[in-house]
Design a protein around this ligand. Structure first.
Ligand SMILES: [Zn+2]
Length: 103
C-alpha cells in the first residue's frame, strides 16, 4: 500500500505526478464580492473590472480571480458589456486615447 491507484480523490493541480507533500499549500481564496456582499457587478466600474482582465485583454478565470462561480459569471458579463460600450478593450493593441493625446 504505497501507491494509490485511480486517484479518484481531487488532487491539487500544479504538483503534477509528485506524490510528495506539497511544497506550498494553496490558501483558500475568498470571493471578494461575497465578502463585500455585492450582488450586482457594475459594468461601468472599469477600474475594478480591469483587475479581472489579463494584459492580453482576456477575462481571467475563476482560479485566477478568486471569485466564486456566481460572481465570476457576473464579472464576465460585466466585462463583456463594458467591451461593447468600449469601456474596456477587446484587444490589447487597442489603445485608449488619452485626453492630452487628442489633437
Ligand atoms: Zn462571490
Amino acid at each position: 500500500m504505497t501507491t494509490e491507484q485511480g486517484s479518484s480523490a481531487p488532487r491539487p493541480q500544479g504538483a503534477q505526478g509528485r506524490r510528495q507533500r506539497p511544497r506550498f499549500f494553496s490558501r483558500r481564496k475568498v470571493c471578494s464580492f461575497c465578502v463585500d456582499k455585492i450582488d450586482y457587478i457594475d459594468y461601468r466600474d472599469t477600474e475594478k473590472l480591469r483587475g479581472f482582465v489579463s494584459n492580453h485583454s482576456k477575462i481571467q478565470g475563476k482560479r485566477r480571480s478568486g471569485a466564486c462561480s456566481k460572481h465570476q459569471r457576473g464579472i464576465a458579463l460585466a466585462i463583456k458589456r463594458a467591451r461593447l460600450l468600449a469601456l474596456l478593450p477587446f484587444d490589447p493593441r487597442h489603445r485608449m486615447p488619452r485626453a492630452d493625446s487628442i489633437l
